[in-house]
Design a protein around this ligand. Structure first.
Ligand code: PMP
Length: 436
């Protein structure tokens, strides 16, 4: 049935470790053969056998507008015709930096005063942490168990995403003295943060937190958590880095921070990291924040960071086009589509008698096979994760491509129209029964 996919996977494993260039793509936790994608358009992807699926992965977030939006593709083509990479500044980079800074706003607050463009979310968080250390002159970092901030050494301790999917404690190859610079705390547990600051307050450079956790399944912050975290960090002279690589420009025009400001939760992170949507599907990410902190970066300050392809003109063109097209109507469409699927998922699992929760953070949601939505990694790991395997494959057989791990969020796009949503809704009841 999936001959070409199987052939490609067999061949791929001969030349690429595990046959993939990023671990979760290998279907390790759900088993079976990953679909090798030949094309993606709107809400659909097509595999090597010519089969079409409604895609609820959206390239793990970037495809907010749907795949291959004609105006984004045209912007990239036009940029390509002028040259692929210059290694010199461009006007378009300034335009994208302005767009990012202007969007991350609440009232008259603009916490992103400077922006630096990089190529991946990993670089953005890695640089933000180096910057926080350079600025404070301190070494320790607080991160939360189950949060994923990319694969730089110090951030792989108790990480989510592929690390959670593969059930790894962290990663081999990280020197113990580097891992020892990261204090891993339970998420949504302010007492643990207070204690860490009491014990090590004068050594902590920063707290890094996913704006809403979405790499251990979706686990939103408890009301007030992000604000209290920011206040605690500031009380102890540490910086707050909010990682919006996944949530930024996806759940709200101003990211999850913007959504929380709108809901009246007032806090101002020192640094933000962005990725995924900001590059519209091209390799681009960014960090931004307070001018006095950001100006510690070379060439102004002593904290080094660089990139041959940073601010790549094709990526920047995709980012500008995507942000310009990501209007309030787009967010309303994504929110509505997400609600339709999340509600139907909830109903199908209820009807099938499966113990479950459908945790949500804005338009992000996921499934957890637990009676209550988890609040921490420890709780998320208690679920009956094995139920996801038959569920996932029933959906795939019905032509719906879900994230191949229960510890990942589902992503809707503005291109998920009635026809695409109907296909998802039609597939859910049988998949829910398969999970029972
Ligand atoms: N931070 C978060 C919150 C993420 O979700 C991810 C990727 N899923 C990253 C950082 C790393 O981004 P990248 O894969 O582009 O390195």
């Amino acid at each position: 049935m999936t001959d070409r996919n199987e052939q490609l996977f067999a061949h791929a494993r001969q030349v690429i470790p595990g046959g993939v260039n990023s671990p979760v793509r290998a279907y390790g936790s759900v088993g079976g053969t990953p679909r090798f994608v030949t094309a993606a358009r709107g809400p659909y992807i097509t595999d090597a056998d010519g089969r079409e699926y409604v895609d609820l992965v959206a390239s793990w977030g970037p495809a907010l507008l749907g795949h291959a939006h004609p105006e984004v593709v045209a912007a990239v083509q036009q940029a390509a015709s002028r040259g692929l990479s210059f290694g010199a500044p461009t006007g378009a980079e300034v335009e994208l930096a302005d767009l990012i800074a202007a969007r991350v706003a609440a009232g008259d607050r603009r916490p992103v005063q400077r922006v630096r463009l990089v190529s991946t979310g990993t670089e953005a968080t890695m640089t933000a942490i180096r910057l926080a250390r350079g600025y404070t002159g301190r070494d320790l970092l607080i991160k939360f168990a189950g949060h994923y901030h990319g694969h730089s050494d110090g951030l792989l301790a108790a990480a989510g995403s592929g690390v959670a999917t593969l059930a790894l404690p962290g990663s081999a190859g990280v020197p113990a003295p580097i891992a020892a610079q990261t204090l891993v705390l339970p998420y949504n547990d302010l007492a643990a943060v207070e204690e860490a600051f009491e014990l090590h307050g004068d050594r902590i450079a920063a707290v890094i937190v996913e704006a809403a956790a979405a790499n251990m399944g979706v686990v939103p912050p408890l009301p007030g958590f992000n604000a209290a975290l920011t206040a605690l960090a500031h009380d102890h002279g540490a910086l707050l880095i909010i990682d919006e690589v996944l949530t930024g420009f996806r759940v709200h025009p101003a990211g999850f921070w913007g959504l929380q400001q709108q809901a009246g939760e007032d806090y101002t992170p020192d640094l933000f990291t962005f990725g995924k949507v900001v590059g519209g599907g091209m390799p681009l990410a960014a960090l931004g924040g307070r001018a006095d902190v950001m100006d510690m970066l070379a060439p102004v300050g002593p904290v080094y960071q660089a990139g041959t392809l940073s601010g790549n003109p094709l990526s920047v063109a995709a980012g500008i086009a995507t942000l310009q097209l990501a209007t309030p109507e787009v967010y309303a469409r994504v929110d509505a589509a997400a609600s339709i699927v999340a509600d139907a998922l909830d109903a199908a699992l209820t009807d099938a008698g499966v113990v479950h929760a459908v945790p949500r953070a804005g338009s992000l949601f996921g499934v957890a096979f637990l009676p209550e939505a988890p609040r921490s990694y420890a709780e998320a790991l208690q679920q009956q994760a094995a139920r996801y395997t038959p569920f996932f494959h029933a959906m795939l057989d019905a032509g719906v491509s879900l994230p191949p791990s229960v510890y990942e969020a589902w992503f809707l796009t503005a291109a998920h129209d009635d026809a695409a949503l109907a296909r998802v809704l039609d597939a859910l009841p049988a998949a829910a029964r398969a999970a029972a």
